[in-house]
Ligand binder design. Structure first.
Ligand SMILES: Cc1cc2nc3c(=O)[nH]c(=O)nc-3n(C[C@H](O)[C@H](O)[C@H](O)COP(=O)(O)O)c2cc1C
Length: 163
């Protein structure tokens, strides 16, 4: 089963977090994870992926315009895929939650199934998704890995278990 992580990153923070999420999502040999920037997408991999996790920096309190442009213009079919989100910001309260909700809106419109585990599992809570200040302190990075793991477990349960 394939899991794609699609991110926009100008300065490298979001790319680093994408890699942490990828580490967390690699829960077994049967799962292939690829993190890719919106400028260098492997469309075949995304088409085959059962889950897609999106991430970007917070710009002016919401998700980056580059990510918005990507969602507004992509022809990639995301329907029925499990989706989740992460966002980076410079300051606590800088708008990463709003950025994530904006991404989630696009994902719903594309017909994705949105999941983060939220507070349904024993802590730490993954809430709307993973948030880090820049590329995160140790705790934030742990949460990012955990989001990847939780999404991979849910995707396996939905799409692969028992097949
Ligand atoms: C145009 C612009 C607007 C930004 N606006 C915010 C903001 O509103 N809140 C915030 O906390 N950080 C803001 N930042 C900081 C970035 O969200 C943060 O540094 C992020 O981790 C950058 O990700 P990257 O290194 O992957 O590009 C802004 C950065 C830029 C370039």
């Amino acid at each position: 089963m394939k899991i794609a992580i699609i991110y926009h990153s100008q300065g490298g923070n979001t790319k680093k977090v994408a890699q942490l999420i990828a580490e967390g999502a690699k829960i077994s040999e049967a799962i292939e994870v690829a993190a890719m920037s919106i400028g260098r997408l492997d469309e075949e991999f995304i088409n085959e992926a059962k889950a897609v996790i999106f991430g970007c920096p917070t710009y002016y309190g919401t998700f980056s315009w580059q990510m918005k442009k990507w969602f507004d213009t992509t022809k990639i079919d995301l329907e029925g895929k499990l989706g989740s989100v992460f966002a980076t910001e410079n300051y606590l309260g800088g708008g990463a939650d709003v950025a994530e909700l904006g991404l989630i809106g696009h994902m719903l419109i594309r017909g994705m199934l949105v999941y983060s585990a939220g507070c349904a599992k024993a802590g730490p809570i993954t809430h709307y998704g993973a948030v880090t200040i820049k590329d995160g302190d140790e705790w934030q990075q742990r949460r990012a890995r955990l989001l990847g793991k939780r999404v991979a477990e849910k995707a396996w349960e939905l799409f692969a278990a028992g097949q």
